[in-house]
Design a protein around this ligand. Structure first.
Ligand SMILES: [Zn+2]
Length: 226
C-alpha cells in the first residue's frame, strides 16, 4: 500500500504519525511524506537550512520513510499563499507517490499553516475523481499533533475527535521519540507536550481507549473500498 503524510512543517509527520509510519514501513508498505514548508521554521533557535535538511534525513531514515517531497511555502504565512497553489502542490505529490491513503492535519489545529494544509489537502485528495488515471483514494485521515491539535481554541469548529486507533507497541513509540529527537530544538522538558513523558502518555491513553498496547489515534473522514 502507498501512504502519503502531508504536513505543514518538518517534524509534524513524526508528531502526528511517527509510530504508525514506523509500523507501516516495517510491514513493507511505502510511506512518503510531503512537507509544505521545508526550509525554515519560526522557532526560538531556528536551525540553518543545512542543519534542518540533515535533521529531516536522519529522522526519515529512522522511520523507514521512502521519500520526502519538500515545498517552499512560507512558514506561518500559508494564509498569504493562494489556496490553488497549495492544492496543486499536494496533487502533484499524490500523483508522484501513487498515494492510496493520505494523512494530514486536523483543520481545528491552533497553527494556521496546519489549517491551510488541511483545507488544501481536502481538495487535493479528490484528484482521482477528476483524473481517472490517478490512484484511487482508499482512506483520508486527520492526525493528532501535540502542541497544535490540543491547543486549538476555536470552539466554533469541531476539535480533533479520534475514531481510528492504530496499535503501535512500545518500540514504535520509542522510535517516534527518537525520530523527533533528531530534529534539534523540538523536544522540550516535561510538562511541555513535546516531551517524552507526554508523547508516551498520549500513546498509552489512546491505546487504553481502544484496548491496545500504545496507539496513535486518527480521525478518519473518508474511506472507500469495502
Ligand atoms: Zn506544524
Amino acid at each position: 500500500m502507498n501512504y502519503l503524510v502531508v504536513v505543514a512543517h518538518p517534524d509534524d509527520e513524526v508528531l502526528g504519525a511517527g509510530a504508525t509510519i514506523y509500523k507501516l514501513t516495517k510491514q513493507g508498505h511505502s510511506v512518503n511524506v510531503c512537507i509544505m514548508s521545508s526550509e525554515v521554521k519560526a522557532r526560538n533557535h531556528r536551525p540553518k537550512i543545512k542543519d534542518l535538511n540533515e535533521d529531516i534525513n536522519k529522522s526519515i531514515n529512522l522511520l523507514g520513510i521512502n521519500k520526502v517531497i519538500k515545498g517552499k511555502f512560507p512558514n506561518i504565512e500559508f494564509n498569504t499563499v493562494p489556496h490553488l497553489k497549495l492544492v496543486q502542490f499536494i496533487e502533484k505529490a499524490i500523483e508522484e507517490t501513487k498515494a492510496e491513503v493520505v494523512f494530514t492535519h486536523h483543520p481545528a489545529d491552533l497553527n494556521n499553516d496546519h489549517l491551510h494544509t488541511s483545507l488544501a489537502c481536502q481538495a487535493a485528495v479528490r484528484l482521482f475523481q477528476r483524473r481517472p488515471e490517478v490512484s484511487q483514494l482508499k482512506e483520508f485521515l486527520y492526525m493528532e499533533v501535540l502542541s497544535a491539535s490540543e491547543w486549538g481554541l476555536n470552539k466554533t469548529v469541531n476539535q480533533f475527535n479520534p475514531n481510528t486507533f492504530i496499535e503501535v507497541g512500545k518500540e514504535a513509540v520509542e522510535k517516534k521519540i527518537a525520530a523527533l529527537s533528531m530534529y534539534r530544538g523540538v523536544m522540550r522538558p516535561y510538562p511541555h507536550p513535546r516531551s517524552a513523558e507526554v508523547l508516551t502518555g498520549l500513546a498509552a491513553y489512546r491505546g487504553g481507549q481502544a484496548g491496545m498496547v500504545y496507539a496513535e489515534s486518527f480521525e478518519s473522514v473518508f474511506r472507500r473500498g469495502f
